[in-house]
Design a protein around this ligand. Structure first.
Ligand SMILES: Cc1cc2nc3c(=O)[nH]c(=O)nc-3n(C[C@H](O)[C@H](O)[C@H](O)COP(=O)(O)OP(=O)(O)OC[C@H]3O[C@@H](n4cnc5c(N)ncnc54)[C@H](O)[C@@H]3O)c2cc1C
Length: 401
């Protein structure tokens, strides 16, 4: 049987960054499994832009060499804010080629405990023994489909995460459900692809991030005040942003306050640059789906305000609900041993679960370390914390090649 000191499940921003940092620990064998950047490459729509700012879009590395600027210099690609999805995917793949060129493109089917630590199983029947497992498998397994849409065929209703290309909806009537960035940007992209779109949200209004008023205010604030109120991690509103940038501090706050901060920082909101692109897309506020029925090849959607829409397709921009029991590679025995709260694992320092040497990073860590964990900019804290947990010291910058 193959062996390894550490196995990382997942090769997105977190898996890659953690691998890069752990490989600075002398003598530690770290193996990474997964398709690099696959969530960004396959589960987000072409033409999308990132919502996070420039500093928050950097995947952490110990010596700060693998930056967006270095990527631009190395490849000649030019882009600015908001960062286009395709450029971010290429940046992630470049980071991987520089930092973790030996990622193994295999799917982990099962992780189970054994006497030496863990046994990791792959689809082809091969297995690997390892002392430590770091789960960096992202949120793809957590797509939220409201009960009304369960069981409907994918021709009629899909979650936003299954689409890469919206041009297939040209000329079709599409109802988008949701009032967050994903729903709103999907609405704009569908409209631009030639679909007849309407967006329905329960919310009484859309939260536009950095609206025109606050942008003017930001401008007048000056750099110093802005830096005082907003951390480079770019998660949360003024002031709160600085708190959330410090996961260790967040951890020590009373539970109710932690929950409030997480809710506030991740409430549904749209980026300001979507306003103009949505001007010709009807938005129905304070409205939810009461029931749906299939009529021929269409879907009849009854809304809570009494109106009925007959559409070719419903796109669920309904986000993600963390529930680690949906990671199918965690067997029932292992899952049963992981202490959880409302689907989130309860993590110790070093992002370790209640199963010794089993760590979970990325969005599922948000209950224990705050909403920073749901964004790329949390990769710096997480990678350093894991280095300390595994080796007892800070990561050392690798020598330039
Ligand atoms: C529409 C949308 C827009 C977003 N915009 C932003 C943004 O602007 N800024 C931001 O910071 N965040 C944004 N996010 C959040 C973003 O998803 C996370 O920040 C980021 O993906 C976290 O990285 P990750 O490595 O945890 O997960 P992922 O990027 O999802 O990577 C997980 C990896 O694990 C692999 N994997 C999963 N299961 C297995 C398995 N069994 N075996 C092997 N490999 C496996 C996958 O193939 C994938 O490569 C956005 C999310 C969505 C849905």
């Amino acid at each position: 049987m193959m062996t390894s000191d550490v196995v990382i499940v997942g090769a997105g921003p977190y898996g890659l960054s953690v691998a890069r940092h752990l490989r600075t620990v002398k003598g530690l064998e770290v193996r990474v499994f997964g398709e690099p950047m696959s969530f960004w490459n396959q589960n987000m729509p072409a033409g999308m832009f990132l919502r996070s700012n420039w500093t928050a879009t950097q995947i952490a590395d110990p010596d700060g060499r693998l930056t967006l600027e270095a990527f631009q210099a190395a490849t000649g690609r030019r882009f600015s804010l908001p960062v286009p999805l395709d450029d971010f995917v290429q940046y992630g793949l470049w980071y991987q080629s520089q930092a973790v060129p030996d990622v193994e493109r295999r799917i982990v089917m099962r992780v189970e405990t054994d006497s030496a630590g863990f046994r990791v199983h792959f689809a082809d029947g091969e297995a690997l023994a390892t002392r430590r497992v770091i789960v960096a498998a992202g949120i793809a397994s957590f797509a939220r489909r409201p009960a009304e849409f369960e069981g409907l065929p994918s021709e009629l209703a899909t979650h936003s995460s299954v689409h890469r290309d919206f041009t297939k909806f040209a000329g079709k009537k599409v109802l988008v459900i949701g009032g967050g960035q994903s729903a709103l940007e999907s609405g704009a992209l569908l409209h631009e692809a030639g679909a007849e779109v309407e967006v329905v949200t329960r919310a009484p209004h859309i939260n536009w991030l950095q609206g025109f008023v606050s942008k003017a205010l930001h401008h007048r604030m000056g750099k110093f005040v802005r830096h005082l109120l907003y951390a480079p991690t770019d998660v949360g509103p003024a002031g709160i942003s600085q708190v959330l940038a410090r996961p260790r501090f967040v951890r020590g706050l009373p539970r109710t306050l932690q929950d409030k901060l997480r809710k506030r920082a991740t409430r549904p909101a749209g980026a300001r640059w979507l306003v103009a692109r949505l001007k010709d897309v009807p938005l129905r506020l304070k409205c939810s789906v009461a029931s749906v029925s299939v009529v021929g090849e269409k879907l009849q959607v009854h809304l809570s305000n009494g109106s009925v829409c007959v559409v070719d397709h419903v796109l669920l921009g309904t986000g993600y609900k963390i529930d680690v029991s949906k990671y199918s590679f965690l067997g029932p025995e292992l899952l049963g041993a992981i202490r959880r709260s409302n689907g989130f694992p309860i993590l110790k320092e070093g992002l370790e679960t209640s199963v010794p040497r089993l760590h979970i990073v990325g969005a599922p860590a948000a209950w224990s370390f705050g909403p920073l964990m749901q964004f790329v900019s949390g990769s710096r804290y997480v990678s350093r914390a894991l280095c300390r947990s595994v080796s007892g010291r800070e990561p050392i910058a690798p020598r330039a090649q």
